[in-house]
Design a protein around this ligand. Structure first.
Ligand code: BGC
Length: 965
């Protein structure tokens, strides 16, 4: 118990009043004393209600010369010939009198009274009485210079330069009006030390609205009428200058303020760890799921029960990459993550993450599992391409970092996944990615490194597959080596659901938490970690490290201080973001003779065809499936390709093809109210062609579903949709194709159609966004974050490697012999012309680069250029900077090094300068040197390019500079 020994005999307010009274003493009078109307208030918060024992300030005019202060205890009932009568309580003890203020103690003897008539007597004259309201409890906290009179346990005032730390700082709050106490002193007498005078009712304290644990409440020994409440700053108190309130029953003080700071994550985690038992530690390192058992709190699919005695909250996990996973309930169905990446806009990506985060919080969850940064371009048929952010480590890593920042800024733990080289779904539990160290470091691993360093993500999920012979979740070189060692990751590694393959081996390789249950770590299928420690198979220090990492992540993300609370989803805000994301991320791939934008007043008739565009837009499946807030427009059985077999394909077979409730037909009709808009479902090509022929323009929607648990057999649109487009285009060259798909597709009919818009999985406002683009209300500005090949034969692996049989349990090799040559780097290196290059996308206006120049210094360069909008409408262009390393390095011709997205009005020109340095997190000028196991900058010539796609003919050489000898 803390007792007060440094508190001055009179509180600071009273000291201030001494000074004030001194200033006013010149005006002292000898007239009868007068109490100002309403002039009797409590001396801490100036409230009108007082409790017996409290200190009251009486304001008025009193015939007093110089101010006088009580000089000894007990406090006298007469000072400077002034006395105060407090109704039935008799004479009140006086602290201080001046010509304008008198401070008294309300006598304890008034207990049980509801009011007291107060009179001031001086110079033989008596004031008119004034009645003060009394209550048993009238809590009021003293303040000092606007801050609460609150000290830490070293009796230092808590203020901006001495903040209380959430979760640990013990605070002493000085106040009054807390009612009866044990060992009560007489009126005017100081509180006793032994035994302490404790309040008979324990008050409640809140800090920033959060209840604090109260450890003591009583009178301050040696002082008159002042109480002290000791409490602990709550772990989940908000940060900053926050209100402190004391209440006893319904009697509540007005608030004072106190500074609270976030705990030091390391120290706090260490302090908690030190108090944990072995069982409690084990509890934190695995999920609580059991086969056939119930879901977790709030229906969480994955969860780790907290430890309430230590204030450690439950960890409740929510998928997914494009919005809250459907198992929790309806949420905003955003366009796919790939669509967001196609905006090349990090603010838009932050908003994307923040939108998901708000909804994850509203479901009460506190860990987000959606940061899929696998490099889609390595295997563009991967059924999870839509969840990720494309093929370039810098672009994908930056977009995913922005998602994570948007999530973690709202106090959830953000998770990057699936680490690493989890680039195909076919046999995903057995696929053994074989890749050389340099190839991995400069491609898939680099995407994680960029994402991690630009976001401070607190969790990383290791993947199902093997990497160079070791399962990713027990892969020392991936986990302990690159992630924790080289990149300094201080958060925790969790396994993908059932991806752990061992207990001790995994823990020693760097896995910190097994999900969804404790099958290995808890000892169901292997040696539990506590037994392993007892048997000497694993040091205790490793378990402590695992737990410390989890606790540190919880502190760093703010889980203790900002708990998620179940609330409602802001569906309107979500819908607005969904629409904006697609308007920024849809990519115009072809537009012959300015077929687009359509002119609503001239178009006359529109034939709309295919892909259920009358009712909705397609979404992707698996753990990235969102149940749209408006309810699905259409739910179809999944079309899992023949390759989707075995346990890894369950996610596909359990899925449904969900169409989000946004009708392109209705949105287009709304844009062109006077046009005749008719729909044909596209199942009969001849009927569709007939509609196209009789219409001014044909808009054909084609869709390709994909999902976790499957890869596409090829990159053609399924169900004869390619033939449908050909038939329609043959009937009407004014054919516009709108694609709804996850990643790259082939377009065998490209030469026949007039325009092509890539709308990805468009999200719950897809119809409106597509209509806005087709009619020019929005000028498209998206750029491909992934190359569209001309043929699957151009891919590094024309056929996706697969297990020897559907029931095989033997790992099979997937040889990533292309190494770092992923996506455009592969095509450029091999001189293959793709269908559409990385970074490509058209606009309704035109742009021109001019005055391109390069300066360099050491391992850094600056490229400058003017970018002009040379067309007739406003639009945004993504200026891309690529760099080619010296030929001696064996690197591909170019790699993305920087970009900027610039919005320009017609005729407007802007100067831009972008700086690239070898110290950037993406190592833009370096190669991974396997001998030194580090990034190295080679001597030689570096060529810098600027343009609006990765293709040679859209780039200008800004210049060449030399590094080294
Ligand atoms: C998926 C992960 C997901 C996890 C938990 C797995 O099947 O691969 O992406 O986060 O399930 O739902």
């Amino acid at each position: 118990m803390m007792t007060e020994n440094g508190w001055p005999h009179l509180n600071p307010l009273m000291r201030a009043s001494v000074l004030l009274a001194a200033a006013l003493s010149a005006f002292a009078q000898t007239a009868a004393p007068v109490i100002n109307p309403g002039g009797i208030v409590d001396a801490a918060s100036y409230g009108p209600v007082l409790a017996p024992g409290s200190i009251a300030a009486i304001f008025g005019s009193f015939p007093v010369g110089s101010p006088v202060q009580a000089a000894s205890l007990p406090i006298p009932t007469s000072l400077s010939q002034v006395s105060v009568r407090a109704g039935a309580g008799g004479a009140a003890p006086l602290f201080y009198v001046s010509s304008s203020q008198i401070n008294v103690q309300i006598p304890w003897d008034l207990a049980g009274q509801s009011q007291a008539a107060m009179t001031v007597m001086a110079s033989g004259q008596t004031s008119a009485p004034q009645t003060v309201a009394l209550a048993s409890f009238a809590p009021a906290i003293f303040s000092v210079n606007g801050q609460g009179a609150i000290q830490d346990s070293s009796f230092r005032l808590i203020n901006a330069s001495n903040s209380a730390t959430a979760g640990s700082t013990a605070i002493l709050i000085y106040c009054m009006g807390l009612g009866p106490v044990s060992n009560q002193p007489a009126s005017g007498a100081a509180a006793l030390t032994s035994p302490l005078s404790e309040t008979t009712n324990t008050p409640a304290v809140t800090v920033g609205g959060v209840p604090a644990q109260v450890t003591f409440s009583g009178l301050v020994p040696g002082l008159v009428g002042v109480y002290q409440v000791n409490a602990v700053t709550p772990a989940n108190a908000p940060m900053g200058d926050v209100p402190v309130v004391i209440s006893v029953g319904v009697a509540t003080s007005s608030s004072v303020n106190m500074y609270v700071q976030a705990p030091d994550t390391d120290q706090s985690a260490g302090a908690l760890l030190a108090q944990m038992t072995l069982d409690e530690k084990l509890q934190l390192v695995h999920g609580a799921y059991t086969f056939g058992g119930p879901a977790g709190p709030l229906n969480a699919e994955e969860w780790v029960p907290g430890i309430s005695r230590l204030g450690i909250p439950d960890l409740l996990y929510a998928d997914g990459p494009v919005g809250v996973y459907s198992s929790l309930g309806p949420a905003t169905a955003l366009p796919s993550s790939m669509a967001n990446a196609a905006s090349w806009d990090l603010d838009e990506a932050y908003k994307y993450g923040a939108t998901i985060s708000a909804e994850v919080r509203a479901y009460g969850m506190n860990v987000w599992l959606g940061g899929n940064v696998n490099l889609g371009g390595r295997e563009p048929r991967d059924g999870r391409t839509f969840e990720a952010a494309g093929e370039d480590p810098l672009l994908a890593g930056s977009i995913k970092a922005a998602h994570i920042r948007g999530v973690q800024d709202q106090h959830l733990i953000g998770t990057l996944k699936h680490y690493a080289l989890n680039d195909q779904e076919t046999g995903r539990l057995l696929a053994n990615a074989i890749i050389d160290e340099r190839g991995a470091r400069e491609s898939d691993l680099l995407a994680f490194e960029v994402a991690l360093k630009n976001s401070n993500a607190q969790s990383v999920m290791c993947s199902y597959n093997l990497v160079n012979g070791d399962y990713a979740c027990q892969n020392d070189s991936l986990l302990n080596g690159a992630l924790k060692g080289d990149w300094g990751f201080s958060g925790f590694v969790q396994s993908d659901a059932f991806a752990a393959q061992s207990s001790v081996a995994s823990a020693l390789a760097g896995l910190d938490q097994e999900q969804p249950g404790g099958y290995y770590f808890g000892g169901v299928w292997g040696e539990s970690l506590d037994t392993a420690i007892q048997n000497g198979d694993m040091p205790q220090s490793r378990l402590d490290d695992m737990v410390r990492r989890i606790l540190r992540a919880m502190y760093a993300a703010g889980l203790f201080n900002y708990p998620s609370a179940v609330g409602t989803i802001d569906a309107d805000a979500g819908a607005a973001t969904a629409q904006e994301v697609l308007e920024q991320g849809a990519v115009l791939l072809k537009n012959v003779g300015n077929l687009l934008p359509l002119d609503a007043s001239k178009v006359g008739s529109i034939g709309m065809i295919g892909a259920h565009a009358d009712v909705g837009v397609l979404s992707g499946g698996g753990s990235a499936q969102v149940a749209p807030t408006g309810g699905a427009a259409l739910t179809l059985a999944p079309e899992c390709p023949s390759s989707a077999v075995g346990t890894s394909a369950l996610a596909c077979h359990n899925a449904s093809e969900i169409y989000d409730p946004s009708s392109p037909l209705k949105a287009i009709q709304a844009m062109a109210p006077s046009a005749s808009v008719q729909f044909n479902d596209g199942t009969d090509s001849a009927a569709a062609a007939a509609l196209a022929q009789s219409s001014n323009v044909a808009v054909v929607f084609v869709s390709q579903w994909e999902s976790e648990g499957m890869d596409l057999d090829n990159l053609n649109f399924s169900n004869n949709q390619d033939a449908l487009v050909s038939a329609v285009a043959a009937a009407n060259p004014r054919t516009i194709v709108v694609m709804e798909n996850g990643g790259p597709q082939l377009a065998p009919w490209l030469g026949q159609v007039g325009a092509l818009l890539e709308a990805w999985y468009p999200g719950e406002r897809g119809g409106e966004a597509i209509a806005n683009i087709l009619f020019g209300s929005v000028n498209p500005s998206g750029k491909l974050p992934i190359t569209f090949p001309a043929s699957v034969n151009d891919l590094p692996r024309p056929v996706i490697p697969s297990p020897s049989s559907a029931s095989s349990t033997t790992p099979f090799a997937v040889n990533y012999s292309e190494g770092f040559n992923v996506g455009y780097k592969w095509y450029d290196t091999n001189g293959i012309t793709p269908l559409f290059p990385f970074g490509f996308g058209l606009s309704y206006t035109t742009f021109a680069f001019s005055n391109v120049s390069l300066t360099s210094s050491g391992e850094q360069f600056q490229v400058s250029f003017d970018l002009a909008n040379t067309g007739a409408v406003a639009g945004a262009e993504v200026a891309q900077v690529y760099v080619g390393l010296p030929a001696s390095t064996g690197e591909p011709p170019r790699r993305l090094a920087a970009w900027t997205k610039v919005l320009l009005q017609p005729g407007e020109q802007q100067s831009e300068t972008l700086t690239v340095s070898s110290s950037d997190v993406s190592h833009p000028l370096s190669y991974w040197d396997v001998n030194s196991e580090s990034w190295q900058v080679a001597s030689g010539d570096y060529t810098v390019y600027v343009g609006n796609s990765s293709a040679n003919d859209s780039l200008t050489v800004a210049g060449t500079f030399h590094i080294g000898q």
